[in-house]
Design a protein around this ligand. Structure first.
Ligand code: SF4
Ligand code: SF4
Length: 386
């Protein structure tokens, strides 16, 4: 059976249309899941060529996979889209996207921390990615459980990846929250999960990164691989770490929180991570511990389950559509008038930080509640070299 058989399962009902961010932003059939399936079918059947406007419609998909969850026929849009990338990859690779990959590599390997002082000269969409504090010294270490140990986990972060390297606040919060809740945390030197490469059609590179991470994971004696709030990484790891339990940090502790949670008086608007919701199916449980935080009010945006247009460096690739998607979010956020926005993946950061509000990750907020809960010894963060 070919992945392209999926194309024939679409009955053109249109139930997927209201879930698609690019269709909602443009109103164009070519920018909808149904339209894209139709275009791919035309190419596969030899009635059209993968070029020009047709290619533009396909390339403007954010790859959020929300359409899959709405489809009554169970069309596996992601599978057929990826196979299409593979079969017609020369034409499908996004030129603008590829242009940015070397820049990210330069940020991480050659320039390293030196990029931070010149962050102001980067395109605005990239600045939030490099201003969160370097994590290099947190990697390659083991952090011991406090109190009775519940288990041992490996934290999935990578100081080779621009999404993680400067997310120090989130990574520290994840280690503190996990060790406080009885988990021994090892932080190996993982590579990028591979998702940015796979989503841009660079399948060999994505496979190479997967092999590298699997090799590291093979040597680990842990109960789970824990991802600190990144739906994109978690979904990608679930694809190839099939014999491992891959969970979000909050998922791991959701049902059995230790210690006192202090008051965090804030109202946060919630935007879900597409891949946490549509692929890992864990967006509800990730928020669960936060509903126990006194004073904290979480208000999901009316379109919280529709992509913010930030994934896959989308704002750099399709600025007009990304801006149109963002304007809808801006109106919804205004109506809620929150103190900040809660996101579940670094992919949303570059887009939603443009709203002018502080952006929080769930584990950061839980960490704050623990700090305010007067838990003696909570803030200590000591790691030994692995
Ligand atoms: S993956 Fe997302 S952007 Fe692409 S067609 Fe489906 S809903 Fe639309
Ligand atoms: S919901 Fe499914 S069957 Fe209906 S148009 Fe969309 S992809 Fe086709």
């Amino acid at each position: 059976m070919s992945a392209f058989d999926e194309l024939y399962r679409c009955v053109h009902c249109g139930f997927c249309l209201p879930t698609c961010p690019t269709y909602l932003a443009t109103g164009l059939e070519g920018n909808s899941p149904r339209g894209r399936l139709h275009l791919m079918r035309a190419v596969v059947e030899g009635r059209a060529r993968a070029e020009g406007k047709l290619l533009e419609y396909l390339d403007s998909c954010v790859y959020c996979l929300r359409c899959e969850t709405a489809c009554p026929s169970g069309v596996k849009y992601g599978t057929v889209f990826e196979e299409f990338f593979k079969a017609y990859r020369k034409g499908m690779q996004s030129v603008s996207y590829k242009r940015y990959i070397p820049l990210f590599n330069a940020i991480n390997t050659r320039l390293g921390l030196k990029i931070v002082p010149i962050a102001a000269s980067l395109p605005p969409g990239l600045r939030p990615l490099v201003t969160g504090g370097d994590i290099s010294d947190l990697v390659g270490k083991i952090y011991y459980a406090k109190g009775n140990a519940k288990g041992r986990v490996a934290l999935f972060v990578s100081d080779e990846c621009v999404a993680w390297r400067y997310r120090r606040g989130v990574v520290e919060a994840a280690i503190r929250v996990l060790t406080w809740n009885g988990y021994e945390v090892v932080v190996p030197r993982f590579s990028c999960c591979g998702a940015p490469y796979r989503h841009s059609g660079q399948f060999e590179k994505a496979e190479e990164l997967a092999r590298r991470n699997l090799k590291i994971a093979e040597k680990l004696s842990v109960d789970a691989i824990a991802v600190p709030n990144s739906g994109g990484c978690q979904a990608e790891l679930l694809r190839y770490m099939r014999d491992r339990r891959v969970v979000d940090v909050m998922q791991l502790i959701a049902h059995d929180l230790r210690g006192n949670l202090g008051e965090v008086k804030m109202r946060l608007a919630v935007q879900h991570s597409c891949h946490l919701m549509n692929a890992a199916k864990a967006h509800d449980v990730v928020l669960k511990p936060l509903y126990k935080v006194p004073g904290l009010v979480l208000t999901p945006l009316p379109s919280a389950d529709v992509c913010c247009g930030g994934g896959n460096m989308y704002p750099l690739r399709h600025r007009d559509i990304a801006n149109a998607i963002l304007e809808r979010k801006r109106d919804e956020v205004k109506a809620v008038s929150p103190d900040g926005v809660l996101i579940e993946s670094p992919s949303c950061l570059q887009q939603l930080s443009k709203l002018g509000l502080r952006v929080y990750f769930p584990v950061e907020v839980l960490d704050l509640a623990y700090q305010k809960g007067e838990n003696s010894g909570y803030m200590e963060l000591r790691g030994d070299t692995l």
